[in-house]
Design a protein around this ligand. Structure first.
Ligand SMILES: *Cc1c(COP(=O)(O)O)cnc(C)c1O
Length: 403
């Protein structure tokens, strides 16, 4: 079969469900926010209502902010991170997890992830711990809740604070516990691709309501709630969410549970079909992960079955077949942003690569599909699997170009 990339017929002739999903409810919410006549949170009620609703859904008090990166930065400011403090982050994550640490004055220290769940591996933590380790930031990769039991026990043992990066994990549950039930800070994102969105947006979930006033002031140039006298308690930035974003997010939250159920059902179909294709290994699942909202449909190519396959070519070919496919995140230390730290507190890139074999593998051989493919039908999933099988059969012989 000729690849669409080479002029053949694409497997998909029509698109998958669109994302973001929206209808009259978002339109009405926006009009309601406009008609308030007050478009920032201090004058309106949409942000406050959204915080209450999102917090009730996740089991903890919530402060809405401008985006997920800022939620991470603000959380680290609240924890009092000091220059040179070390923060353990997964080597395999979207770069904001580690850039937020750099912006807060800390040193992100990458640790490897689990080969099955792609989440921070508790067994990798001892090797990276030093006297300066203050915080550990597990990422719930694609919505799979990290092993917070083991990571939490390790953190307690060593006086380290856990801060969840829940940018992929709206509505996720691990052994009966929602994100807020773990009693730690957690950062969410509402960027355009995320599971709920207002184009941009974020939220910081707090371990307890006691911290809300401090968090509020720190997301508002240090001004406490209700301040009219220009009191600035801390040299903080402005991370306030707009009323428009919150109005849209209230509607999006209402769709989350049904969409998650749909994605869970479709992923069961798609993962089974992918497992039938030689050398394709879908993201696995810890049985403790009870609700996995599937922000991304992730898989990696087995190096034994496909020793020389060009993953970037596979992704390009899938896109030509009409599949919304993307290459995985590179390990954080393989970016210019992170290289700014080299020679200071961190080992060099070659040593980091040796210490993080799973992140290296996922960065080089992993790919993901937009979660909108999981909002369709089982027939849509069959098309995805057909395209993956077609592409792999065609590119199996084409070697990775030398770099
Ligand atoms: C999207 C994302 C963020 C940052 O969120 P923004 O809202 O885009 O700033 C942080 N961490 C992870 C893992 C993400 O995927």
């Amino acid at each position: 079969m000729v690849l669409a990339l080479d002029g053949g017929t694409p497997v998909r002739r029509h698109d998958f469900p669109a994302w973001p999903h929206h209808d009259d409810a978002e339109r009405e919410a926006l009009v309601r926010a406009v008609d308030q006549g007050q478009w920032w949170r201090v004058g309106g009620s949409e942000v406050t209502s959204f915080e209450a609703e999102f917090g009730a859904h996740h089991g903890g008090p919530v402060l809405a902010v401008t985006n997920g990166t800022h939620a991470l930065e603000l959380g680290l400011e609240i924890l009092g991170l000091q220059p040179g403090d070390e923060v353990v982050v997964p080597a395999f994550t979207f770069i904001s997890t580690s850039i937020a640490v750099q912006r807060a004055g800390g040193v992100p220290v990458p640790a490897d992830v689990d080969p099955v769940t792609y989440c921070l591996d508790p067994a990798a933590l001892d090797a990276v711990r030093t006297e300066r380790t203050r915080v550990v930031v597990p990422v719930h990769m694609a919505g799979h809740v990290a092993d917070l039991d083991a990571i939490g026990a390790w953190a307690d043992r060593h006086g380290v604070t856990v801060f969840q990066d829940a940018a992929h994990a709206h509505g996720a549950v691990r052994s009966g516990r929602r994100i807020g039930d773990f009693g730690t800070l957690a950062a969410f994102s509402f960027q355009n691709g995320k599971l709920m969105t207002a184009g941009e947006g974020g939220a910081l979930l707090l371990p307890s309501a006691d911290g809300f006033d401090d968090a509020f002031a720190r997301h508002s140039c240090g001004r406490p709630l209700g301040d009219l006298d220009y009191e600035h308690r801390s040299p903080s930035s402005n991370y306030r969410m707009t009323e428009f974003a919150a109005a849209v997010l209230r509607v999006q939250l209402g769709r989350l549970t049904a969409q998650t159920e749909r994605r869970e059902a479709r992923w069961t179909t798609l993962a089974a079909a992918l497992r039938e294709i030689p050398g394709v290994i879908p993201q696995g699942r810890d049985p403790e992960c009870e609700v996995h909202p599937h922000y991304m449909a992730m898989a990696a190519l087995d190096p034994e079955a496909h020793p020389d396959v060009d993953r970037d070519l596979v992704v390009r070919a899938l896109v030509a077949e009409g599949i919304p496919a993307f290459v995985n995140y590179p390990p954080v230390y393989r970016t210019a942003a992170h290289a700014a730290l080299l020679g200071k507190a961190l080992p060099d890139a070659a040593e980091l690569a040796e210490r993080n074999p799973v992140s290296e593998h996922l960065g080089a051989r992993g790919l993901w599909l937009h979660h909108r493919v999981l909002l369709g039908t089982d027939a849509d999933c069959a098309d995805v699997a057909e395209a993956v099988a077609k592409v792999l059969a065609a590119v199996a012989g084409k070697r990775r170009p030398a770099r």
